[in-house]
Design a protein around this ligand. Structure first.
Ligand SMILES: *[C@@H]1O[C@H](CO)[C@@H](O)[C@H](O)[C@H]1NC(C)=O
Ligand SMILES: *[C@@H]1O[C@H](CO)[C@@H](O)[C@H](O)[C@H]1NC(C)=O
Ligand SMILES: *[C@@H]1O[C@H](CO)[C@@H](O)[C@H](O)[C@H]1NC(C)=O
Ligand SMILES: *[C@@H]1O[C@H](CO)[C@@H](O)[C@H](O)[C@H]1NC(C)=O
Ligand SMILES: *[C@@H]1O[C@H](CO)[C@@H](O)[C@H](O)[C@H]1NC(C)=O
Length: 345
């Protein structure tokens, strides 16, 4: 395995040496729209804008009682052709000096340059060759919290970070806050989900308490799961490359020296970084991949499709609104707020 596409141990600041099995693959953009079937099921026009990848069965309702993603989707944007899961995050905007907002586009990551936006997804069984239990049909979860605006609160979560890309391969110096200086090759958002499951609940009211971090140590150090959440699940990890390079001219940044990027949920700090997941692999495919020595996007046990095929799987937004002009407000009229909830602009 080529070491530069291995993930970074949080805080350690080095690339993981040696050989271990994992999946790392590209999923192109499915759609960018204001839907959130986890937090606002059934509502067309969720409070904030999302960018979504994966199977095209994604819609506003996605009722867990009846949903069967692999049978309802007719295509996927992911290169593993049996993956009809949906993965989504908020969307980044540039705020100009005149107060208008412009959507920041995503771009393909290292090795996946042909991808139409989207994200890179990892499923990491462990760094110590221990076995993991793949997610079950109906499983869903959220990590991070869009209401957070302080470092202290953000530290409750592990490894929801930003990398200021000096070049596309930069994998050092992850921060909890939005980078403060222009990033020559864009800003990569990194989201690593908890790796222990209660073994019973496919979801929970907050979409998070059915999963947990290890009881001691970390996933990376092989730490044990707590007895409340005894089942080791793969580490789900998103990398999203935001192409902020058209906005790197500091003369267009705020006069007070602050950085200009704002999340679609009204966060200029970056501390509310969060991501959503709905499992939708066909049959036993993910478990088979986790039990096998798969190497990045090379996994002979799994069906594969080229990035250009995934690029063709798209969906018309359910909410018809301008998201790409210079906008007077964030989509959904989302205010940009500080830690006390007050509007900052
Ligand atoms: C979502 O998809 C399901 C299954 O295809 C369908 O029954 C439902 O009506 C759709 N809901 C919306 C809001 O489009
Ligand atoms: C606001 O600033 C942006 C970036 O400089 C510019 O493209 C846009 O036209 C401006 N809009 C207005 C209404 O002045
Ligand atoms: C895991 O197993 C593979 C294949 O057996 C081996 O090459 C690798 O060195 C092992 N890694 C660790 C961290 O034990
Ligand atoms: C990490 O950031 C520090 C402080 O900004 C800088 O001095 C250092 O060179 C960076 N390290 C790498 C490997 O980019
Ligand atoms: C697991 O592997 C990681 C990365 O190679 C290593 O740092 C850690 O010490 C290992 N933990 C155990 C319990 O073997």
């Amino acid at each position: 395995m080529r070491s530069y596409w291995t993930p970074v141990l949080a805080g350690a600041g080095y690339l993981i040496p040696g050989a271990f099995a994992l999946l790392r693959f590209s999923c192109s953009q499915l759609v960018v729209e204001r839907l959130d079937p986890l937090v606002n099921p059934g509502i067309v026009g969720s409070p904030h804008l999302h960018q979504i990848i994966g199977g095209n069965a994604f819609n506003a309702s996605m009722d867990p009682k009846t949903l069967d993603l692999p049978s309802e989707a007719t295509c996927t944007t992911c290169t593993f052709a049996e993956d009809f899961s949906n993965y989504w995050t908020a969307v980044l905007f540039f705020r100009a000096r005149n107060g208008t907002y412009k959507r920041v586009q995503q771009k393909g990551n290292v090795y996946f340059e042909d991808s139409n936006g989207g994200m890179t997804v990892y499923y990491i069984p462990s760094y110590n060759n221990t076995s993991v239990t793949a997610f079950k049909p109906g499983f869903r979860m959220i990590t991070g919290d869009p209401t957070i605006r302080t470092r202290e609160e953000a530290e409750r979560y592990r490894q929801l970070t930003y990398t200021c890309l000096q070049d596309p391969m930069t994998r050092t110096n992850e921060t909890l806050n939005m980078p403060k200086e222009p990033c020559p090759a864009g800003i990569m958002a990194n989201l690593r989900f908890p790796t222990c499951w209660d073994g019973v609940n496919l979801d929970s009211p907050d979409h998070a308490s059915h999963v947990s971090y290890p009881e001691s140590g970390t996933f990376e150090s092989g730490g044990p799961c707590p007895s409340s959440h005894p089942v080791k699940i793969p580490q789900l990890f998103y990398e999203i490359v935001w192409d902020t390079t058209p906005f790197n001219d500091k003369s267009e940044w705020p006069e007070d020296g602050k950085q200009p990027f704002v999340w679609s949920y009204g966060d200029a700090t970056g501390f509310g970084n969060h991501g959503d997941y709905m499992f939708g692999w066909k049959g036993n495919a993910l478990q088979i991949a986790m039990d096998t020595n798969c190497n990045g996007f090379q996994c002979p046990e799994l069906g594969y499709q080229e990035i250009r095929v995934g690029n063709k799987c798209t969906k018309t937004p359910a909410v018809d609104e301008d998201i790409d002009g210079w906008l007077d407000e964030l989509p959904g009229r989302m205010p940009v707020t500080d830690a006390s909830g007050k509007s900052v602009f």
